[in-house]
Design a protein around this ligand. Sequence first.
Ligand code: CMP
Length: 133
Amino acid sequence: MEKTLLIIKPDAVERKLIGSIIQRIEKKGLVIKALKMEKITLEKAEKHYKIHKGKDFYNDLIEFIISGPVVLVVIEGENCIQIVRHMAGSTSPIEAAPGTIRGDYSIDTLKNIVHTSDSIESSTREINNFFNM
Ligand code: CMP
C-alpha cells in the first residue's frame, strides 16, 4: 500500500496546530502508520532537503526546519501521496486555496506548516531517513 511522509513543521508545532492537522488526515480516511515528535538533526535535515541545495532559500529552510520540534507522520492509503499534497495546498501562500492546510493556516512561503512527499521515490527516501520501517 502507498505511503507518504507528512512533516508538521516547527511553526505549526509552536502554533499548536498538531491536533488540527492530524484530525484532517484521519477524517479523510487515511491511516496513520507511524508518528513521532523530535527536533531533527542538521544531518537529517540536509539529507531530506538535498534537492534544494544551492537554491537561494536553502540556508533559511535548513535553519527553520531544525529550529524546533517537528512531528513526523507516515500516512498510508491508496493514492495517499497525491491526496495529502492536495490537502496541504500550494507552496505559494497566494495560490494555496482556502480549505487546504496551508491555505487555512499560513501566509508564508518558507514557514508553510507542513511538508509532504511529492512522489513514490521521494516518499520512500524520506520515510527511510526518519523511520526504520
Ligand atoms: P516543503 O514542501 O517542505 O519543500 C521545500 C520547502 O522550501 C517548502 O516546503 C518551503 O518551506 C520552502 N520554500 C520553497 N520555495 C521557497 C521560496 N521561494 N522561498 C522560501 N522558501 C521556500
